[in-house]
Ligand binder design. Structure first.
Ligand code: UN1
Length: 511
């Protein structure tokens, strides 16, 4: 594809790219060469060199040193540098969005949307850089002042997943930077080139502002590099996005050294459709939630819990909508569903389909593997819908593919119980025009997820809110609201400006 070559050139991506970089300098790294193939057409896009242990250590040393300088730059000045990065991202939105789409397989619209999230978080972090507020408290002791302040943590490790190959890094990095931290990014092995492109895009900003080398690092590699980060006491915070097994192993390793982790893991997100739901709003939300990004968002809609009185109608409308879905090259705006990330993901999709059949599930929309030249990469599947029971092992499990489960309910308490009865707790939604149902869903006795929506789907969260979920989703929060606090350490300060030493709790101690 010729257009892609021009885009790669603009983004500074060559055939073989240095996968270890401290921002201003980069080197080859002693690890094996990692090749990146597009799931769109199977073409090899380029390669990235990976880090060996020695490269990792050299990189973390540079990052640790850079932290000492970076933390002394006033937060609003750091915010100004992040603002300039947002300007650069605006400039390269089309190119980066296209590469995201081509390397990962999501639609161009979603690739551009992902870059827009990066731009949005730059704006958010710029404002935040003047709002890293601590509280002041009234001391119980006379002539004492108590307050808290927030200090940077140090080196923040960011492990990101293939499905949001660039946005998740920016949610972490932009916020971490204004907070005064430096970042070491281990991108997904499945999307290594988009990461190098991000570094190239912000390079001028780093240079023009004399940002010390080591503030923005990339360490390309596989599981071993993730383990280096998790086990390394020099990494103050490890923020990891990915599967539950990955998060469990990262979380355990970080906890063993009593470090901090921020985990954003799998979801098993449900939409409840009540009898009063406005179906002309609900149906497109369900379809986008289930087949958008080919079902590879951690917020993808996996389960649909529908009231029995409208079950057949919803089912029929979905059948009709799925009948209109166009599967194919995600760079073509006429297509709705692109490929899965790789052939392994296709195998997992078909494996899940088998398990659904074995458990007794019936398909409302049949799964399949489309055939023809345009599907030659072998990464395409047809989205499907199955009637199932919530407690089945396959339904309890997050399959990262466009499989939507249909479940029937008769009263809202039951629907909420079903929605909560999975190990994950990321995103959830109810479609209803009944105020009582909506409020019950949002109450403490309602959804147990980190995200709960009314009359919008489970995916497509804005960066202004804190993003993350409960239970096996890992409990971390990224992006907006006060998620920045995870990237800082809180210090409580008490100052005595009097001439006596009154002790707290009225304790007497005389010498
Ligand atoms: C993810 O799937 O890892 O809410 C993140 C959304 C996006 C983020 C998804 N803003 O779908």
């Amino acid at each position: 594809m010729e257009g892609i070559n021009v885009i790669l050139e603009k983004l500074g991506i060559g055939d073989v790219n240095h996968g270890v970089t401290t921002g201003q300098s980069s080197w080859e790294g002693g690890g094996a060469l990692l090749e990146s193939f597009s799931p769109v057409d199977g073409r090899k896009i380029g390669s990235v060199t990976q880090a060996a242990r020695a490269d990792y250590d050299r990189l973390v040393e540079a990052a640790s040193l850079a932290f000492k300088t970076w933390r002394s730059i006033p937060a609003p000045k750091r915010g100004e540098i992040v603002r300039q990065m947002g300007v650069k991202l605006r400039e390269f939105k089309q190119e980066l969005g296209t590469l995201v789409s081509y390397e990962m397989g999501k639609s161009l619209q979603e690739g551009l949307g992902e870059v827009q999230e990066m731009i949005d978080i730059c704006d958010f972090a710029t404002g935040l850089s003047r709002q890293l507020y601590g509280l002041t408290m009234h001391s119980e002791r006379p002539q004492h002042r108590m307050y808290e302040q927030w200090h940077p943590l140090g080196v923040v490790g960011v492990i990101s997943a293939f499905n949001f190959p660039v946005a998740v890094w920016s949610w972490n990095a932009m916020v971490a930077w204004v907070c005064g931290n430096v970042c070491v990014w281990k991108p997904s092995e499945k999307t290594p080139l988009t990461a190098i492109a991000c570094q190239n895009i912000i390079l001028d900003v780093l240079k023009n502002n004399n940002v010390p080398e080591g503030v923005s690092c990339i360490v390309s590699g596989g599981r071993d590099v993730g383990e280096f980060l998790a086990q390394d006491p020099r990494i103050a915070l490890v923020s990891a996005t990915g599967s539950v097994p990955m998060g469990r192993s990262v979380g355990e390793a970080v906890a063993r050294r009593l470090g901090k982790s921020l985990l954003e893991l799998g979801g098993n997100n449900a939409i409840i459709v009540t009898p009063t739901a406005d179906l002309k709003v609900a149906i497109p939300a369900i379809v986008f939630g289930a087949v958008g990004t080919a079902g590879q968002r951690c917020t993808s809609t996996r389960r649909l819990i529908v009231h029995e009185s409208i079950f057949e109608e919803v089912k029929n409308r979905l059948k009709k909508a799925y009948g209109q879905l166009k599967i194919g090259n995600p760079l073509d705006p006429h297509n709705h569903v692109g490929p899965l990330i790789d052939k392994q993901a296709v195998i997992q999709f078909h494996h899940a389909v088998e398990q659904i059949k074995q458990a007794g599930g019936t398909f409302v929309v049949e799964p399949g593997a489309p055939e023809g030249d345009q599907y030659a990469s072998g990464c395409y599947v047809s989205p499907c819908i199955a009637e199932v029971e919530n407690h089945w092992a396959i339904v309890q499990h997050e399959t990262f593919a466009p499989i939507l489960y249909l479940i029937r309910y008769s009263d809202l308490h039951e629907a909420i119980a079903l929605q909560n009865d999975v190990p994950q707790g990321l995103s959830s939604a109810v479609f209803t025009t009944d105020l009582r149902d909506a409020e019950r869903f949002l109450s403490f006795a309602g959804s147990d997820c980190g995200i709960a929506n009314v009359n919008i789907g489970t995916s497509g969260a804005e960066i202004g809110g804190a993003f993350g979920g409960e239970k096996e989703t890992g409990g971390g929060r990224e992006s907006g609201s006060d998620a920045w606090k995870t990237y800082m350490r809180r210090q409580t300060n008490t100052i005595n400006y009097g001439t006596e030493l009154p002790l707290a709790q009225g304790i007497k101690f005389e010498i």
